[in-house]
Structure formats: C-alpha cells, structure tokens
Design a protein around this ligand. Sequence first.
Ligand SMILES: NC(=O)c1ccc[n+]([C@@H]2O[C@H](COP(=O)([O-])OP(=O)(O)OC[C@H]3O[C@@H](n4cnc5c(N)ncnc54)[C@H](OP(=O)(O)O)[C@@H]3O)[C@@H](O)[C@H]2O)c1
Length: 249
Amino acid sequence: MTDRPKTLLLIGATSDIGRATALAYAQAGWNIILAARNETTACRNRDDIATRSTNAVSIQALDILDTERLKSFVDDLPVLPDTVVCVVGELGNQERAQWDLKHASMVMRTNFEGPSLLLGLLAERFLARGSGAIVGVSSVAGDRGRGSNYVYGASKAGFSAFLSGLRNRLSSTRLRVVTVKPGFVRTRMTAGMKLPPFLTAEPEEVGSAIFAAAEGSRGRDIIYVRSIWRPVMFAISSIPEPLFKRLGL
Ligand SMILES: NC(=O)c1ccc[n+]([C@@H]2O[C@H](COP(=O)([O-])OP(=O)(O)OC[C@H]3O[C@@H](n4cnc5c(N)ncnc54)[C@H](OP(=O)(O)O)[C@@H]3O)[C@@H](O)[C@H]2O)c1
C-alpha cells in the first residue's frame, strides 16, 4: 500500500517566501492548496509549481481581512491539510500609520488578527483529527519595538505571542506549532532597501528552513532562518530601555 500524499495549505500564496515554501513542499511530494486574494498571481505560481512537480496544486480565494468568511473558508477546503503555513503580512508605512488610523489598523489586522484567527480555527480542526502542523511567519521586528517600524513590529509581536500560547496549550498533543522569524529576506516587501548581505536570506532559504522545521525529525519551535539573528536579537532585546530609547532605531 502506498502512503497518500500529504497536503500543505499555504496562506499568502502570492508572496515570494510563500512561493518558495510551496515549491519546497511540492518537490518533497506534497499536494498544495494555495490561498490568496490575488487569483491571477496565484494561478501563475500554481502553473510554475505544477511544471516543477507532479503533485496536485489548487487555489482557494482568501482575503485575510475578511474575518467573517474565515470559518467558511476552512469549511470549504477540499481536504483538511496536514500542515498550514501562513506567510501573509503587510509592512505598511510607519509614518503614515501614525496619522492614518485606517492604514495602521490594516497593518495590525493583516499581521496579527487575520492570521491568528485563521490558524486558531485550523488548530481546533487539527486537534479534533489528532494531528497537524501550524507554521506562522512572524518577524524579528516583533522581538523589540523600534521607533522606525513599531506598528508592524507590534503586530508581529502579537502574532508571535499568539503562536507561543497556542504551542504551550497544545504541547501535550501531537500537533506542532512553529514560529518563523526570517530576518531580512530579499523579496517584494524589501525591494529597494539596502540590506546587509550576511543578515539577508533568499526566499528559497526560508522555504527550505520552514520545511525542515515543520516536517523534519528534529522539530523546532522557533526558528531564526539565519542563526546569526538569534544573538543579534538577544543583544538588541537586552539593551536597557533608557539607553535603547536614545538609539533612534
Ligand atoms: N521580506 C522580509 O525581509 C521579511 C522579514 C521578516 C518577515 N517577513 C514576513 O514574511 C511574510 C512574507 O513576506 P514576503 O517578504 O514574502 O512579502 P510579500 O511578497 O509582500 O508577501 C506578503 C503576502 O501577504 C499577502 N497579503 C497581504 N494582505 C493580504 C490580505 N488581506 N489577504 C490575503 N493575503 C494578503 C500578499 O498578497 P498580495 O500579493 O495579494 O498583496 C502577499 O502574498 C510576511 O508575513 C512578512 O511580514 C518578511
């Protein structure tokens, strides 16, 4: 008897990190469900993955801000996935978020509210089945609030805390919860930014790290894709507040 192929649900399938993650899973023989709000780009990614693997790749429409529809989105999935990876995110514009509350709210809801509600819902379905892995792509920006991007950072801190609490609650079950902190990644989100090469990963590096953390025999709870980020963020988090507030980061 052959094992049935496993299924990945990728939330945010038009993202560069998402595309690389889906490809890593597809090349390991998984079926893929791509969830995205932009179906044209999702179709392009589906066709790209389909040419490089033989497993099934399908698309589901999803706007993470439409929280009223999250339950029917889960109910309508063709199959309950084995693993869900959520890469949805919005960097936003910090200066704009300081006076445009709609913009600030959109950033907070995209990074925190929507992903947390959806992953929480899927966790209950996985719990009822008795298995499943939940991966949330958060950010090192959530490890300490900085003046230059604290709306984004605070929403990622909330998401990291949600994942931590979920992992804590599910620790005696067979479910896995993984938090991914990619550091800088060369993607559409960081296009035009000057990024230090040794701190900057390629999307493919993130995709492989997610696959290894979620599906490898040595499961990991929290991953910094480039390990240099762990001591860097430890150092940044250890700076006393009176000094930190004068650094203007
Ligand atoms: N790049 C980095 O340096 C970096 C560093 C740390 C963490 N991250 C995190 O990594 C994740 C992926 O980012 P990326 O770098 O690959 O950037 P990206 O290509 O801009 O990906 C962002 C994704 O979120 C989706 N999205 C935004 N709002 C949505 C909504 N309302 N409903 C559904 N989808 C929505 C976008 O869809 P559309 O295509 O429709 O806009 C896109 O697929 C994000 O969570 C980001 O915060 C990135």
